[in-house]
Every structure is written in structure tokens, then in C-alpha cells.
Design a protein around this ligand. Structure first.
Ligand code: ADP
Ligand code: TRP
Length: 324
């Protein structure tokens, strides 16, 4: 039985990039193995400074994920900080991780490039992520393209640990990233990668009015209404393609090329398709939200199941390293 594991940070409302890049593939995988999905609050703490926002977003992300079809009977869903073994293993991995391996990682490099002083947690971020993955002997890690490098670092750290402390038998399983090529990077309202940190997202469960406003704010060029438009580089078409049928996409592309319709019309069509696509999930979300203790119960139960696995791995690691 394959182990599947992934995490999402509680840094804001989940958006189309999170959904198509990670949540949907993770939900599809939940019946194909033993799945562990968690809310990465320790990772979020590298940037979040508002404790109430951290609490609210942790519940919010869990609720959105459940509304989208994550099934607590099939997958273990938990909050990272409920399983302190994550930080314990992170320290042990830190002790064998060469600094240059981390200096190359993009989250850290981006901070330095933007002249911000990076916190140590941001530098150590990939080590904590390696601990998340290795703690559960994960085989498959469904993520968006931006996380590929982190899974590669995890494999490098696992190899060092196996060489150093796993001479008789390997201490850790080698994980593989699972990245869907067509969903690799969902672009945002401004044409850049959609990300909670860039303020360019389309959240899955905004109310109708603000959501429509966001779609209407998609950046376009100044081609006049009557002129033909290029669908190949349009963010509107790229987003529409995520959930519209092939036929509907072909129609929109043809309408772009024909001219005579402004971008506003296409944005409206995109909004309608989006609103319909997420209708059943929106209804499920309202149902689940009616019982505020539901999410807490799911997370509590998940933490217990996750800890049982994490404790076993840690016993093995302490023995192999001589800590016991
Ligand atoms: P964000 O970048 O918005 O803060 P996270 O870092 O919490 O999102 O990412 C959670 C998951 O969603 C990761 O697997 C990540 O690769 C995926 N993801 C985030 N943004 C995108 C995107 N624009 N396209 C595809 N996948 C994405
Ligand atoms: N770093 C991931 C992100 O920003 C979230 C994450 C933390 C994760 N730990 C993980 C993803 C382990 C997969 C596996 O999206």
C-alpha cells in the first residue's frame, strides 16, 4: 500500500492554484493508498504574525479541503503542530543537511533577492518539509510545480541519512513528487503565478459579488472591442481551461479570434462557469460549517492517527542515531 502525503499552509483562503495544483490531485489519490494531508501551520509561522488569522485560516483551509471532497474516512487530515515529532525530526535532519543545499532553495533566495532579511525558519523551511515527508515513509507527494525543488531536497536529505545512519537497512523511504503537467502552474489575476503571497488569487469560496469583482479585474491588454484577440496568451482562457469542457474552450477561443466582443464578456463567461463548477462544493461547505465543532473533531482524530505513525518512525530514528 502506497503512502501519499501533502501539506498546505494556512496563510489565507485556498485558491484555484491550490485546488488544481494540489487539493484536487490529493483528493483523487485518497482512495489509492494511505493518505496523510495536513495543515502546515509551522511552515506558515515563517511569515504569519497574526495569531487569530493563523487559527482562523487553519480551520478555514481544513473546511475548504473537506468541502472539496477530502474524506476523513479515507485520509488522515491533521494540523502539523499537533504532531510535535515533525519538529523533532526536523532538528535531527538539520544536523546532517549541508548549508549549501538550503542556500539554493528559491523561497530563501527570493527573500534575499527582495532585500528582505530572511528569518532562520525560512532558511530551514525545506528541512521541516523533509521531516513532514520522511516521518510518514511517504512514497508519493502530490504538489504544484513550485514545490518540486523541496521534494528534491527531501530526497537528498533522505540519502544522506541513509548513508550515515542506515548502513544495514535504509532508514527512510525515497519519496517522489507527483506533479500534473497540465496543472503545473495556475496563473493569477495579474498574469503571474497565482499565490496567496502575491494578492492575485481567485479564492474558491468567496461570496458572489467579491468573486465577480476579482474575475473582472483580470489584467488584459487594450485591444478594442471590435478587434480580433489572441487567446493563446490570455489569462481568461487559461483560467477557463481549468474547468470548462474542451468544446466550450474551443468556442471561447474562436470568439476571441472573431473580434466584436470585449474582454468583459469573456470574463463574465469565465465567472459563470467558475460559479457553477464550485456550486456543489460551496453547498457542502455551508453544510459542514453549520457545525463549528466538526472541523475541530476531524483535526483531533487525524492528529491521533498521525501521531501513532510518527511515534513509530521516531523510535526507529532515535535508535539508529544513538539518541536511544
Ligand atoms: P501559496 O503559494 O498560495 O501560498 P501554498 O504554498 O500553501 O500556496 O501551496 C499549497 C499547494 O498548492 C502546493 O502544493 C503548491 O504547489 C500548490 N500551488 C500553489 N499555488 C499554485 C499555482 N499557482 N499553481 C499550481 N499549484 C499551486
Ligand atoms: N511547502 C509547501 C507549500 O508551500 C507546504 C508543505 C509543507 C508541504 N510540508 C509539506 C507539501 C510536505 C508537501 C509535503 O506549499
Amino acid at each position: 500500500m502506497k503512502r501519499i502525503l501533502s501539506g498546505i499552509k494556512p496563510t489565507g483562503a485556498p485558491h484555484l492554484g491550490n485546488y488544481f495544483g494540489m487539493m484536487k490531485p490529493a483528493i483523487e489519490l485518497q482512495s489509492q493508498g494511505e493518505a496523510f494531508y495536513f495543515i502546515a501551520d509551522y511552515h506558515a509561522l515563517t511569515t504569519v504574525r497574526d495569531p487569530q488569522a493563523m487559527r482562523d485560516n487553519t480551520r478555514g483551509v481544513a473546511l475548504d479541503f473537506l468541502a472539496c471532497g477530502l474524506d476523513p474516512k479515507k485520509a488522515v487530515i491533521f494540523r502539523q503542530s499537533d504532531v510535535p515529532e515533525h519538529t523533532e525530526l526536523a532538528w535531527i535532519l538539520s544536523c546532517v543537511t549541508p548549508m549549501p543545499m538550503l542556500e539554493n532553495c528559491h523561497a530563501f533566495k527570493d527573500h534575499v533577492a527582495r532585500n528582505q532579511v530572511p528569518v532562520h525558519g525560512l532558511f530551514a523551511y525545506p528541512v521541516l518539509m523533509a521531516a513532514d515527508i520522511l516521518l510518514y515513509d511517504s512514497n508519493i507527494v502530490p504538489v504544484g510545480r513550485d514545490q518540486k525543488q523541496h521534494v528534491e531536497v527531501t530526497r537528498d536529505i533522505a540519502a544522506v541519512m541513509n548513508r550515515t545512519f542506515g548502513k544495514k537497512e535504509p532508514l527512510f523511504v525515497m519519496p517522489e513528487a507527483s506533479i500534473l503537467p497540465q496543472m503545473a502552474t495556475v496563473i493569477g489575476l495579474d498574469g503571474q503565478k497565482m499565490s496567496k503571497s502575491y494578492n492575485n488569487t481567485v479564492p474558491l469560496f468567496d461570496a458572489e459579488k467579491p468573486l465577480r469583482k476579482k474575475i473582472m479585474s483580470i489584467v488584459t491588454d487594450s485591444t478594442p472591442v471590435e478587434s480580433p484577440k489572441d487567446p493563446t496568451h490570455s489569462s481568461i482562457v487559461a483560467l477557463y481551461r481549468l474547468f470548462a469542457s474542451e468544446g466550450d474552450v474551443a468556442t471561447m477561443e474562436a470568439d476571441f479570434r472573431a473580434g466584436g466582443q470585449g474582454y468583459g464578456v469573456f470574463k463574465q463567461r469565465l465567472f459563470d462557469a467558475l460559479w457553477e463548477h464550485f456550486r456543489p462544493m460551496r453547498e457542502k461547505r455551508a453544510e459542514l460549517a453549520a457545525d463549528p465543532s466538526y472541523v475541530d473533531g476531524v483535526l483531533r482524530d487525524g492528529a491521533e492517527r498521525a501521531r501513532a505513525v510518527a511515534a513509530k518512525t521516531m523510535a526507529r530514528v532515535r535508535l539508529a542515531t544513538g539518541l536511544r
